[in-house]
Structures are given as structure tokens and as C-alpha cells.
Design a protein around this ligand. Structure first.
Ligand code: AMP
Ligand code: MG
Length: 417
């Protein structure tokens, strides 16, 4: 790669994972466009503006129970009897206006969600009342406001509800609906182009000639990029031909926000991507990261497009995508940065290794330690191409760059699948 493409310096530099991620995030710009969609269309998308509630939530005082509404002052008139008794003067159900006149000293039948008529200040659960003819009897004096959901107690009108950058999942769409939003403004979909490089690649289902392998990265990345906020163009496989790679990469950069490729980023004769990217006017920012698996990962910008070149080894492609690429993608889509969702675990065996790179090692959970943390059994020392092993793993153990010997029971961060 010391051939004048400007990549030779980068090729020598191993960046710590954190530094590579920081640089990747610095390159990732959120999409500029927005669109206003109905709630069903917006579900799964990313909010482009903060949202406030359009109404009080709930909109009016209403009953939290099926039971009887009363006025506490009416009980004072009865002194301190063993059993209170009030005649029933009407009924109010969900959907009624609640505009009901009831004489002093009477109770109302009230159903869950019904408006509490003016002046009524407690609801008794029907399970706490005896009802005979048109009179209710109950022993215990209710608390003021008992079983009444007050207008605005969840959220007053105009108060902040959701933030720009939130993904509209089931909880968010329900809150938007409850607060009266028929439409919301979301970021436009992120346009992502995906292709796998390699002259050896065939489609699963086709016969394999000698030297050929099935293209697994294509399906893995397509699955990782399957998001409601992504518009994915799956270009498929591209052979290791620099002219063809140049043409496909240029077109992908001109028509997408983010281009993701696998393979061809290392130092072999057929690893054309750094050169090809430079040829089409791309500026590389990172080429090597001190991580295992996956030290060759490149990313940079070309015009308004961000390019992430992942290694060809499938486990390396998976890990580099999860640790770095996916974070960049989230920022491009307008989502907030989130740290890797690791949990604390312990080693189920001792480990010795060469220090220097942060390792993301496939592991299986083998029971729990006394304090409840999962115990991690390391699966293999050499695994960057072993997809069957990855599919059988429960997650990745994160072994710090400087660790060369870890005893049995040593605490570790664990990234559960
Ligand atoms: P490369 O980074 O192109 O040198 O590829 C590294 C290794 O990953 C080689 O053994 C490739 O055959 C393999 N490989 C590259 N691309 C894919 C792919 N799309 N699916 C499965 N294996 C791949
Ligand atoms: Mg290759």
C-alpha cells in the first residue's frame, strides 16, 4: 500500500478501539432531511423534533376503578358509624360527559375511565361495597381523591414528552397517540449501500466450484442493517477487480449516505479497497484498530457519503460492525450515541494471551458465580472466520488490551447476544 494512495501512514497506525470509535463518530453526520408521517408510518422511525403533549394527560379527572363515586363531605354528616350508607343517584361510564347533577348525600355508580362529575372527590372500589336496592354500604372512609386519576397528573399539556433522536417504538407511539399527535416529524431514512468484495464468493444454494465459498457477510450485514429507519440497497457481491470495484464504490458513494463493504481492506494483493477509495476521491481516516478480531477496518468520507470497509473474515466483520460501524450508523440516522450494552461476568477458566489488542472473544455462559454473574467459557483462541462458532456463542467477552493473563473467576465485561 506504499503506492502513493496516501494510505501507507494509516496502514501503520493501530488505533485503540475507543479512539477509532471516537474518530468514526466524529465523521458521522445525522441525515439532514425530515418527513412528517402518520403514526403507523412513523413507527420504528427516529423523531426529528422534541414533542410536547398537546393535551393534559389524562384530559379530565376520571375513575381508576369500577365502583362508586362519593363526596367525602356527605360522610361527615353521618358521624362515625360502623357502616356508611348512601343512596345511588345515577351512573357514569367511559365516554359519558360526566355532566351529571346528583343531590347532596348521594353516590354515583362509576366505571373505569368515566369522568368524575364535579364535586365528587373519592371513588370506592365495588369490591369494598355492599349494594342493596339503590343504596351502597361500606365500612371504611376513603382517602380524599382515592381512585381518581387527576387531569394532567401523567403529563400536563405543553410539557416535554419525547426527545429528538428517540426511536418510535411501541411505548413512544402509544404516548404520542395518547397526547394527540396524529402526525410526527421524523428523520428521513438513512440510505445505506452494501456490497461484499471477493472473487471467491457464491450465493448459498448455488454449487461451489473449487476455491469458492458461500457469501455469508452479505446476509449477516443485510440482517444487521434491517431497520425501519434504513433504506438499504443490497448490491451483492463484487469481484476483486479494481475497475469494477471503483465503479461500484463511486456509484454507491454518490447515491447513499453510508456505504458498507466487506473484504479487501487488508494488505494482500487482492485487497483493493483502500486504493480504490482513494482513487475515487475518498479520504480515509482510520485503517487499523488494535482489536481482535478485526484489526483491518477502514473508514472515511467521500463527498457527503461515509464509507465503512469491514474485514472479509465474517466474525471480524461482525465484531467491527457491532463495536464501531453500528455506532456510526446510529449517529448518521439521528439516533443518540449509546455505549455498548455490556454486563459484568467472570471467567470460567484462566486465560493467557498476547497483550496489545482489545479482544472480543466468543464465549458460552457456563452457570453463574456465587454473586450471580455469568461465568464465561472461552470458545476458541482462533476464530475470526468461524461463523458456526459465532452462531453457537452466547456473546462476546471483552478482554482489555493490556491483559496478558487472567485467572479463573476474573471479572470481565460481556456483550450478550
Ligand atoms: P479479505 O478481507 O477479502 O482478505 O477476506 C478475508 C477472508 O474472509 C477470506 O478467507 C475470504 O474468503 C473471507 N470472506 C471475504 N468475504 C466474505 C464473505 N462475503 N462471506 C464469507 N467469507 C468472506
Ligand atoms: Mg477478499
Amino acid at each position: 500500500m506504499a503506492d502513493g494512495c496516501g494510505c501507507d501512514r494509516l496502514a501503520q497506525t493501530y488505533l485503540p478501539v475507543d479512539e477509532a470509535l471516537r474518530r468514526g463518530l466524529a465523521l458521522a453526520r445525522p441525515v439532514d432531511g425530515t418527513e412528517t408521517l402518520t403514526l403507523p408510518q412513523a413507527t420504528g422511525r427516529v423523531l426529528a423534533r422534541d414533542c410536547t403533549s398537546k393535551i393534559d394527560l389524562p384530559a379530565f379527572d376520571n375513575s381508576a376503578m369500577d365502583g362508586y363515586a362519593i363526596r367525602l363531605a356527605d360522610l361527615d354528616a353521618q358521624g362515625d358509624p360502623a357502616v356508611f350508607a348512601l343512596p345511588l343517584a345515577g351512573r357514569v361510564a367511559a365516554g359519558d360527559t360526566g355532566d351529571l347533577a346528583a343531590p347532596a348525600g348521594s353516590a354515583l355508580r362509576i366505571l373505569t375511565g368515566a369522568p368524575v362529575p364535579d364535586g365528587f372527590d373519592a371513588v370506592l372500589m365495588q369490591e369494598d361495597c355492599d349494594v342493596t336496592q339503590d343504596t351502597i354500604r361500606f365500612k371504611r372512609r376513603p382517602r380524599p381523591g382515592q381512585h381518581i386519576r387527576r387531569a394532567g397528573e401523567d403529563l400536563p399539556a405543553g410539557a416535554p414528552l419525547l426527545k429528538r433522536g428517540q426511536e418510535i417504538g411501541p411505548r413512544e407511539v402509544a404516548a404520542l397517540a395518547a397526547s394527540g399527535h396524529g402526525h410526527v416529524t421524523v428523520f428521513r431514512k438513512l440510505k445505506v449501500a452494501l456490497f461484499s468484495t471477493g472473487s471467491e464468493l457464491r450465493q448459498p444454494g448455488e454449487p461451489l466450484a473449487p476455491g469458492q465459498i458461500y457469501n455469508s457477510n452479505r446476509y449477516m450485514l443485510a440482517a444487521l442493517l434491517e431497520k425501519p429507519w434504513i433504506d438499504l440497497v443490497d448490491i451483492g457481491p463484487v469481484e476483486d477487480n479494481p475497475d469494477r470495484l471503483r465503479q461500484v464504490l463511486r456509484e454507491a458513494c454518490e447515491t447513499s449516505d453510508l456505504v458498507v463493504t466487506t473484504g479487501g481492506v487488508s494488505v494482500g494483493d487482492e485487497d483493493h479497497m483502500p486504493r480504490v477509495f482513494a482513487d475515487i476521491g475518498g479520504t480515509l481516516d482510520v485503517m487499523k484498530v488494535a482489536m481482535k478480531p478485526g484489526k483491518p477496518i477502514m473508514f472515511g468520507c467521500r463527498g457527503s457519503a461515509l464509507y465503512v470497509g469491514l474485514p472479509g473474515n465474517p466474525v471480524s466483520a461482525f465484531v467491527t460492525w457491532q463495536v464501531i460501524g453500528a455506532q456510526m450508523m446510529r449517529r448518521c440516522a439521528g439516533l443518540p450515541d449509546i455505549p455498548l450494552a455490556t454486563e459484568q461476568a467472570v471467567m470460567a477458566e484462566p486465560l493467557t494471551r498476547h497483550a496489545g489488542r482489545t479482544e472480543f472473544r466468543p464465549v458460552q455462559i457456563e452457570g453463574r458465580a456465587a454473586d450471580g454473574k455469568p461465568r464465561l467459557r472461552l470458545m476458541a483462541a482462533s476464530y475470526s472466520g468461524r461463523l458456526a462458532l459465532l452462531a453457537q456463542a452466547d456473546g462476546l467477552a471483552i478482554i482489555p488490551a493490556d491483559a496478558d493473563a487472567l485467572p479463573d473467576g476474573h471479572p470481565l465485561s460481556f456483550l450478550r447476544f
